[in-house]
Design a protein around this ligand. Structure first.
Ligand SMILES: [Zn+2]
Length: 288
């Protein structure tokens, strides 16, 4: 029992009784922390608007029997201010928070790298200079690297042989790029610009990433989302809300237990001529 300090990002809020909330933070040193903010829903609350989603805060907490108690909050960066009112940035931000939450199941388990990645991505989104979709996909790819699920990009996921510079096919169940000898059925065929964008986002090479066209960005988004959701064994609620112009191609995972996929093949906008060959497909209804 006692007090401790940390910095954290507010991932989400839940109501608790009349006036309180449970706040879920991703913290720098203590991983995911769920703590009670007492009286936060009263207009006179000393926490004010500091405990809102996207807030990067300096915290003092008191260890409780089941949940810790927030005793002091100071805003370091009010990232929410740069996101609300800008639908693409806001929805991309929601996907960042949901992914960070899902990737940290155990409370108290340190997640320092993910925390630093999240703060950097929120800064990139709120700053407004970078394309919000590239920020999101770079975050998702690098979060998967941290989680140990990095998709193979230049090497075959099964036998490890290097592509020249890339292999032709990508298989989510196999773990990413696959050589012709190892490829399972249903592997998709990304374009060269899509491979280059995947590699650039993973490596943080913004010069290459920002030089890519809309088709490569759209297909990369589809592959990243499919790879992430395969490993999470569930879909993310916030990803379909991300306002990507032209929609995001759905990567056909076929009959995969535990992963929900939409059976509608869409309007036939394909990267290759044969849908059963595992082409990338748009998600119907996502284009806004
Ligand atoms: Zn291989």
């Amino acid at each position: 029992m006692g007090f401790y300090r940390d910095t954290g990002v507010v991932l989400r809020l839940q109501k608790l009784g009349e006036a309180d909330r449970i706040v879920t933070f991703l913290t720098h040193r203590h991983g995911k922390v769920r703590a009670v903010a007492k009286g936060i829903r009263r207009t006179s609350s000393r926490f004010g608007a500091r405990l809102e989603p996207f807030g990067h805060v300096d915290l003092q907490l008191h260890t409780g029997r089941s949940l810790d108690i927030v005793t002091q909050v100071q805003t370091l960066d009010a990232f929410g201010g740069g996101l609300t009112g800008d639908y693409p940035r806001y929805t991309a931000g929601c996907a960042l928070l949901e992914t960070a939450d899902r990737l940290t199941s155990e409370e108290g388990e340190p997640a320092r790298e993910l925390f630093l990645l999240l703060v950097g991505a929120l800064r990139g989104l709120a700053g407004g200079a970078r394309d919000p979709y590239l920020v999101l996909d770079a975050f998702l790819l690098r979060a998967m690297v941290i989680a140990g699920w990095a998709p193979a990009i230049t090497e075959c996921a099964r036998c490890g042989v290097e592509g020249e510079p890339y292999h032709r096919r990508f298989s989510v169940p196999a773990g990413g790029a696959v050589c012709e000898g190892c490829r399972p059925s249903g592997a998709v065929v990304p374009s060269d610009p899509t491979w280059r964008l995947l590699e650039a986002l993973r490596n943080g090479d913004w010069t290459v990433a920002e030089g890519t066209d809309a088709a490569a960005r759209r297909d990369t988004a589809g592959l990243v989302a499919a790879h992430l959701q395969w490993h999470l064994e569930r879909t993310l609620r916030s990803l379909p809300l991300v306002d990507r112009r032209g929609g995001v191609p759905r990567v056909d995972l076929g009959e995969v237990p535990g992963v929900e996929v939409d059976d509608d093949p869409g309007d036939g906008h394909l990267r290759s001529g044969n849908p059963s060959d595992g082409a990338l497909r748009p998600i119907p209804g996502v284009a806004l």
